[in-house]
Design a protein around this ligand. Structure first.
Ligand code: FES
Ligand SMILES: [Fe+2]
Length: 478
C-alpha cells in the first residue's frame, strides 16, 4: 500500500519485563504480541513482556510523540523508571501526632502505609499483607496503636513492617518463621518536616540532590511561619480526572492558557470585583481569577525558572500581599521570630506554583501542597492539603483554605476548565495523522543559564521541555 505523504516511520520497539509488585492498582496492562502464543495471548507462566516504543525516540528538543499520553505500555514503563526512581512527596510529619497514627499514600501506583512508632520514628511499608497479599489497610488515615491487622487471616504488623502476630502459629512450627515475613519497607527522607519516599532505596540520590534549587520553594513555605513550624490541616481536597498525569504538570506553569481556558471566570471575577467597595480587597481566589486575565505581556515580563530533574516555578502574578493577613499581628510575629530584615526578605518572595517533578505542586504563599497520583494512563488523582503557619493569625489559615478550595478543588471554576481541557487533549491525541506535539514556545528566549537553574519568560514552554528532558533521562535507563 502506498504510504501517505507525511506519514511517520514506525518507532523502534523495546521490551521490558513487568515486575510483579504488590500494590499495583490496576496491574500494568500487557500488550498482546503477535506470536507470543498461538492464540496471541500473553503466556502467564512468566512475567509478561510489554512492548513499548524506544522511549528516547519519543522526545525531541521541540516536540513530543503523542503516544506518551495515550499508550498504557508507556504508562507502565513510566511507573517503573520514573516513579520507581524519583523522590515522591508523601506526607508531613504533623499528620502523625501520636504513636500508631498512619496515612496511606502512593509511590506511583504502589500503596504505602506511613505510621509513627512508639519511639516517634515514621516508617513506610507497602500496603500489602505478607501472607497472601491482601490490602492491609483500607482507610486513608487513622490510628493503629496496636499494629495493622490484616482483615483476611488476622496477621498483624508493627509500624516498621515486622510481624507482631501470626494467627494459629502452631501450624507454622518448623515450617515458617514469622520473623522472615516482615512487610517490605520503603526509603523515607524528610526535608523540614515534609516526607518523601523513593522506591529505588539505596540507588536513589539524597533527597536534597533531587530537589536542588527547588528546596528554596519549600523553604519559602516554612519560612512564612512565625514559629518556624507548619502543620498539615485536616482538610483534604481530592478529585480524579480522566486523562494522563503529565497533563497537569504541563498546565500549571502555562501562563498563556488562563486568558483563554479560564476566560469565563475572568469575566465573572471582573464583574464581582467591580461591585466591591474600594476599601475591600478581593479574597485570594478572586485575586487569582482576576490575575488570570492580565495581558500576555505581563506574563512575558515575569520569569519562569526551570531546574534539572523536570522541576520549575513561575514568578507570582497575584501580588505577594494580596490578602490582608499581613495585618492582625502577622508581621509583628514574624519580626519577633526572624528579625525585621529577614521578615522583609521572606515576605518579598513572590512565586507562583512550584512543580516538583513528578509528584507534587507547591504554593508557598497560600501554604498549599498537592500530590498527583497516576492511576492509569488515562486516570489521575489529585490530593490537596492546606498547611497552617503555627503562630500566625487564624485569618492567614482561613485565607489559605479559601484559596485552596477556590483554586484547587473540583468545585473550582478554574480547575473545572483545566480538567475538561486535559480530557479533550487525551481524546484528540487518540486519532488523526498528527503524531508529534510541538513544545517549542519560547525555545529561543532563554534569559539566563546557571548550574542550578535556567530563567526564561513565563510564557515559555521551557518547563515542558525541561520535564521531557527529565522524562527521557529516567526512561532511557533500563
Ligand atoms: S492475607 Fe493477610 S492474613 Fe492472610
Ligand atoms: Fe488552568
Amino acid at each position: 500500500m502506498a504510504r501517505r505523504t507525511g506519514a511517520i516511520a514506525p518507532l523502534p520497539i523495546t521490551t521490558f519485563h513487568a515486575q510483579a509488585r504488590g500494590g499495583h492498582y490496576p496491574p500494568p496492562r500487557a500488550r498482546p504480541r503477535q506470536g507470543t502464543t498461538p492464540t496471541g495471548r500473553i503466556a502467564m507462566a512468566s512475567a509478561p513482556q510489554i512492548e513499548v516504543p524506544d522511549p528516547t525516540a519519543l522526545v525531541r528538543e521541540d516536540k513530543v510523540h503523542r503516544s506518551v499520553y495515550t499508550d498504557p505500555a508507556i504508562f507502565a514503563l513510566e511507573m517503573e523508571r520514573i516513579h520507581g526512581r524519583a523522590w515522591l512527596y508523601l506526607a508531613h510529619e504533623s499528620e502523625f501526632k501520636a504513636a500508631g497514627d498512619y496515612v496511606v499514600r502512593h509511590l506511583g501506583t504502589q500503596a504505602v502505609i506511613l505510621t509513627r512508632d512508639k519511639q516517634g520514628a515514621i516508617h513506610g511499608i507497602f500496603n500489602r499483607c505478607s501472607h497472601r497479599g491482601a490490602t492491609l489497610c483500607a482507610f486513608d488515615r487513622g490510628s493503629a496503636p496496636h499494629g495493622h491487622q490484616c482483615p483476611y487471616h488476622g496477621w498483624t504488623f508493627n509500624a516498621d513492617g515486622s510481624v507482631r502476630f501470626v494467627s494459629h502459629p502452631r501450624n507454622y512450627d518448623g515450617v515458617l518463621d514469622p520473623a522472615d515475613q516482615a512487610i517490605q519497607s520503603v526509603r523515607i527522607e524528610s526535608y523540614r518536616g515534609f516526607l518523601f519516599g523513593n522506591l529505588a532505596a539505596d540507588a536513589a540520590p539524597p533527597l536534597l540532590d533531587f530537589m536542588g534549587h527547588m528546596k528554596t520553594s519549600i523553604d519559602d513555605l516554612v519560612d512564612r511561619s512565625p514559629t518556624g513550624k507548619v502543620e498539615c490541616g485536616p482538610y483534604v481536597l481530592r478529585h480524579y480526572y480522566r486523562a494522563n498525569w503529565k497533563m497537569t504538570f504541563e498546565n500549571l506553569n502555562d501562563t498563556i492558557h488562563p486568558g483563554f481556558a479560564h476566560a469565563a471566570s475572568v469575566v465573572s471575577a471582573r464583574n464581582v470585583a467591580s461591585a466591591l467597595p474600594a476599601s475591600e480587597q478581593p479574597v485570594a481566589t478572586l485575586g487569582m481569577m482576576l490575575a488570570n486575565g492580565k495581558p500576555i505581556q505581563f506574563f512575558q515580563d515575569i520569569d519562569m525558572v526551570t531546574a534539572p530533574g523536570g522541576h520549575s516555578y513561575i514568578g507570582g502574578h497575584m501580588g505577594a500581599s494580596y490578602t490582608p493577613d499581613a495585618q492582625n499581628g502577622y508581621v509583628q510575629a514574624m519580626t519577633a521570630f526572624h528579625g525585621a530584615e529577614r521578615t522583609r526578605e521572606i515576605l518579598s518572595i513572590d512565586r507562583h506554583l512550584m512543580l516538583l517533578y513528578p509528584s507534587s505542586f507547591w504554593h508557598a504563599r497560600y501554604q498549599t501542597v498537592r500530590i498527583l497520583r497516576p492511576v492509569r494512563h488515562d486516570l489521575t488523582e489529585m490530593i490537596g492539603f492546606v498547611f497552617r503557619l503555627v503562630g500566625a493569625p487564624d485569618e492567614t489559615y482561613a485565607n489559605a483554605v479559601e484559596y485552596c478550595t477556590g483554586a484547587n478543588s473540583a468545585a473550582s471554576p478554574v480547575i473545572a476548565d483545566d480538567l475538561e481541557i486535559y480530557e479533550r487533549c487525551l481524546l484528540g491525541n487518540g486519532f488523526g495523522d498528527q503524531q508529534w506535539i510541538p513544545m517549542s514556545r519560547g525555545l529561543k528566549e532563554t534569559r539566563e543559564v546557571t548550574n542550578a537553574f535556567t530563567r526564561s519568560p513565563a510564557t515559555s514552554e521551557a518547563f515542558i521541555r525541561n520535564q521531557f528532558a527529565a522524562w527521557s533521562s529516567y526512561m532511557a535507563q533500563a
